[in-house]
Design a protein around this ligand. Sequence first.
Ligand code: HEM
Length: 543
Amino acid sequence: MIGTIIFVLILLITFYVIRKHRMSILKRNGIHGPEPNLIAGNIFSLLKKSNFERSQELIEKYGKTSGYYVGAKPNVMTIDLELIKRFQIKDFDKFSDRQTFGLKHGIRPNPRFSENVIGSRGARWKEHRTILNPTFSAMKLKMVTPIIESAIDIFINKVDKHSKNGNEFNIYEDFQLLTADVISKTAFGIDTNVQYDPKNEFFLAAKMVFDTKPSRFILLFTCFPELDILMYPFRRLLEIIREARGKSASAILSKLIEAAIRLRKDRPVKTPDLLQLMLDAQASDDELKQKDMSNLTIEMSNDEMNAVTEKNGTLNMGEKFKNSKSLTQDEVIANAIIFYEAGYETTSTTLGFIAHFLVTRQDIQDKVRQEVNELFKREGKFDYNTVNKLAYMQCVINESMRFYPPVTNFITRNTKEDYHYKDMIIPKDSTIRIPTYQLHHCEEYWPNPEVFDPERFRDKKNYDSVAFQGFGNGPRNCIGMRFALYEIKLALAKLLFRYKLVPGPSTENELTIEQKIITETPKYGVFVKAVPLLNNKIIFEKA
Ligand code: HEM
């Protein structure tokens, strides 16, 4: 009996000593933050607050860089531009993976869905990007223009109906259905009729991804990653139960993708979309061994990557190494799910925020419309080549994304080794994260940050491009950036050409924001009235 007590005591003391050492690693390395609980780190205090509140609080108390623990995992949060440049661009090879919780197959442990471009690591991530990048080349985007247009036409018809009724409507809801329609049509060649059927099961599943909070129970697993080998079967069982209860968005969306793949096997005609590109990817390990793609991408910021893309029509790395490795069927499905989820909510929220600024700032709306009208007069159409000339509209989009970044809590990297920066060391295997909202509202980088002023984006010399993280930055930035910007510009050009958006009784002067797990959205929607601009409408219909 005494022997057992002594044994248990030794175990407890050993646990205490190891844990104390682990939970002080940030402090010992010069990174300050709230005191962690020895079991759960800072999870409980983190859960009590929104991302916004906790990031704000950390900056106020500890300055530009601070640290905390998610379970046993050290996290470093920073708005220090020099450090951001280093981990996103200059020293990207030391930070190429996203946040991991140290758990097999992530928080939602289904191996079928964990191997996608967001979750994969190291060399496998590079292969995923290599295969997927060409899908978003200028050439591919031009090819899908008619598909995007057909979805936008449905959206415009709906606006037309609202405008005829003379009632205000929630344009954010219509944007959500539009972007879901665009992504299912362009990515998988599937028409889900979602714009007329908002109860569409796949749309509801994608919505679930952003609305669900991780349960405290699941988060507790992150406290003991070293025991994951024992806990994994239990976590897996819980996930199987979730899937059986229809609570797993990935399991629901995979049905849609599998149906699309089956359809292709029966139908020999090839559609120029993402799914086809992934299915066509052929294995050729030799090509990949000959040259490491990272050499081409490291040290490239968003601007540099865009410059290369504009010049060549596609990203260098995508062109040179396309189809250099194959994706398994499960990886195709896992990526397709991610594209649906990432493509719809972010783009519609961006459109919703822009609509809010257009309706509350009529002067800015008039200026955007003037540019759109002039473009149409000059070019006679809206397409990939023409809408990309809308320079002022691009400033409005950027400023809206600066003011309300739709993705607030997703720019993370994992450290591969101890990283020395100034008087701190970011420990190996910690997560480093950018609080996007706080970075975008930092007075030092954005003078008068609470003023909505698109002019600040007119000249690149006026701001540091790394202080703008709407789409992240560097080789692991948003793969869908150009796709999203094209869709946004095309939808806005067509909308503003035909309608003036004016406030209705429910239009909020200051938008109420809902903080979600990785995004922020307009809580009560964005209400507008659409007044037809008859002259433009007639010209457009004739063209
Ligand atoms: C306005 C709309 C969008 C916004 C604001 C947005 C924002 C972001 C941000 C902030 C990141 C993290 C970048 C980083 O860590 O540096 C990201 C990554 C990503 N986005 Fe987007 N995104 C948008 C649209 C899209 C679309 C349309 C797709 C696909 C069709 C997409 C697919 C992805 C993927 C797959 C990643 C992970 C890339 C990787 O890890 O290699 N996004 N996005």
